[in-house]
Design a protein around this ligand. Structure first.
Ligand SMILES: O=C(CO)COP(=O)(O)O
Length: 253
């Protein structure tokens, strides 16, 4: 089963109108592999979503960095899945480790969010990943399996789910997982999906890697059989994001 390479750019809480316009101009001018080789989704902060969507080339798409867990209403400060759909925003990132850590988003809460977003027609980049302490204690697979199970308990159709493995110890640290480390967890995750969700889903779901990906390390990571792309933070704000998109061609060779 061929899985289309997927490159996401998580801009996090960064940018001004001018900076956002400059990034979009760089992306619009980039020569990259065709859409049937690589799927590109960029995720600006809420306040820039419609601006980016209005300026971005038509073969790239936008994602919100979060959405509320249910229908809108008296949830001050939240943005509902319905609102994103109304704005024509097709993707949403859910369960990022920064939200799990800083806002205490539990595995169950993330699972509920993924299910609700999918039910409203959004496509979801669902994030999982262990902390350094959990890795050093040997519980990486137990942790990411529990995070994935919390999603699988609420989701039956995985057609619009991309699973992003982002080891917390690699996010923003410059300490990228080695290709072998990434491949090991991605392969075990795919086995978990095969055993607990189904063979077809395990074969078709894209499992992407995030955590200090840059223009220099992306090719070797992209060459790993179970690495289906990336979720990029810091480097997605820089021109080298184009190089990371181009790493999709590594899979073709
Ligand atoms: O959190 C990430 C993407 O969601 C990864 O961030 P960095 O690429 O800056 O490590």
């Amino acid at each position: 089963m061929a899985r289309k390479f997927f490159v996401g750019g998580n801009w996090k809480c960064n940018g001004t109108t001018e900076e956002v316009k400059k990034i979009v101009t760089t992306l619009n001018e980039a020569e990259v592999p065709s859409h049937d080789v690589v799927e590109v989704v960029v995720s600006p902060p809420f306040v820039f979503l419609t601006l980016v969507k209005s300026l971005l080339r038509s073969d790239f798409h936008v994602a919100s960095q979060n959405c509320w867990v249910s229908k809108g209403g008296a949830f001050t400060g939240e943005v509902s899945a319905e609102m994103l759909v109304n704005l024509g925003i097709p993707w949403v990132i859910i369960g990022h480790s920064e939200r799990r850590a800083l806002l205490n988003e539990s595995n169950e809460f993330v699972g509920d969010k993924v299910a609700y977003a999918l039910s409203q027609g959004l496509k979801v980049i669902a994030c999982i990943g262990e902390t350094l302490e959990q890795r050093e204690s040997g519980s990486t697979m137990a942790v990411v399996a529990a995070q994935t199970k919390a999603i699988a308990d609420k989701v039956t159709n995985w057609d619009n789910v991309v699973l992003a493995y982002e080891p917390v110890w690699a996010i923003g640290t410059g300490k990228v997982a080695t290709p072998a480390q990434a491949q090991e967890v991605h392969c075990e995750l795919r086995k978990w999906l095969n055993q607990n969700v189904g063979a077809d889903i395990a074969a078709s779901v894209r499992i992407i890697y995030g955590g200090s990906v840059n223009g220099a390390n992306c090719k070797e990571l992209a060459g790993q059989p179970d690495v289906d792309g990336f979720l990029v933070g810091g480097a997605s704000l820089k021109p080298e994001f184009v190089d990371i998109i181009k790493s999709a061609t590594v899979k073709k060779n």
